[in-house]
Design a protein around this ligand. Structure first.
Ligand code: G1P
Length: 309
């Protein structure tokens, strides 16, 4: 059995990159096809064997907790109308043996600070950190990257941090790992020797970026309690992990799936197209739309813009 049973999902972010959509609803509640982003992420955790999910939230984001809670009125109404399939889709979002709890992050002091807000619930056990902006699509694969990372954590007794290569001009947007030039193959992990948050291109140790999935020992919480503000004046998870490396092995795990950053507009649209093309109810219609009308329209639109310029 997996030793990693807990996951921390920080959801206290302001969602400034997807405004105005996220003004009155949490960005994590924006739908990708027919489920809010947060549900996709929670389902990923559950399928990797996670049993306790801890949301790190803040005021104004209670819709996220409500989404995973019982909705008596709606359930009664759907039952009365015999809408069984829809009823099932809202009733069992998480299995009965999975709990979802939440803690508050009172101030936006950084990702490291947000994760540390869950320290007492993690209680020194190993845990996963899942950043909900990033959807990891493992469509038609036997398993998920998070599942493989948890298995690698157990097999190697080393923290696992998911990475993917990014163009050099984008390294300043991510946590970047140093693996001494060892590039892990997809689905494999290699030892990390250093990590740096959002480095300038000239000093970045590699172009392997931290993607938003981590499997970590409980010790990280102790390290976070003394981590000083770093990049952007925020308490960074990356800095605590750089400290952890001095004590124990931590690996970079190279992902096999595909990521979509739903925290920005284009990534969010891409996610909807990709997941829409995988959903049984929308796949065929969307594929036709893209091939015929939509593509033609897009090309004409581009042509018009060119003429106007
Ligand atoms: C956070 C992490 C960064 C990571 C990124 C992945 O940054 O601090 O290390 O590479 O998520 O999405 P943020 O995007 O919150 O600035």
């Amino acid at each position: 059995m997996n030793t990693v049973r807990k996951a921390v999902i920080p959801v206290a972010g302001l969602g400034t990159r997807v405004l105005p959509a996220s003004k009155a609803i949490p960005k994590e509640m924006m739908p990708v096809v027919d489920k809010p982003v947060i549900q996709h992420v929670v389902e990923e955790a559950v399928s990797a064997g996670i049993k306790e999910i801890i949301l790190v939230t803040r005021s104004g984001k209670s819709a996220i907790e409500d989404h995973f809670d019982k909705h008596y009125e709606l359930e009664a109404e759907l039952a009365r109308k015999n809408k069984t399939a829809i009823l099932e889709s809202i009733r069992n979002i998480v299995p009965a043996d999975v709990t979802i709890s939440s803690v508050r992050q009172p101030e936006a002091l950084g990702l490291g600070h947000a994760v540390h807000c869950a320290a007492s619930l993690i209680n020194n056990e190993p845990f996963a950190v899942i950043l909900p902006d990033v959807l990891v699509n493992n469509y038609q694969q036997d398993t998920t990257d998070l599942d493989l990372m948890i298995k690698a954590y157990d097999a190697k007794a080393a923290g696992q941090i998911m990475v993917e290569a990014v163009p050099d001009e984008k390294v300043h947007l991510y946590g970047i790992v140093d693996c001494q030039g060892n590039d892990p193959a997809a689905g494999e992990s290699v030892a990390i020797t250093g990590m740096v948050e959002k480095p300038a291109q000239e000093v970045a140790p590699s172009n392997l970026s931290v993607v938003g999935r981590y499997v970590l020992p409980g010790r990280v919480m102790e390290l976070l309690s003394t981590t000083k503000p770093g990049a952007g004046g925020e308490i960074q998870l990356t800095d605590a992990l750089d400290e952890l490396l001095k004590e124990q092995a931590v690996d970079a795990y190279r992902m096999t799936g595909k990521t979509y950053d739903c925290g920005n507009k284009l990534g969010y649209l891409q996610a909807n197209l990709a997941y829409g093309l995988q959903h049984p109810e929308t796949a065929e219609g969307l594929a036709q739309l893209l091939q015929q009308e939509f593509l033609q329209e897009a090309l004409e639109q581009k042509e018009l813009l060119k003429q106007e310029a």
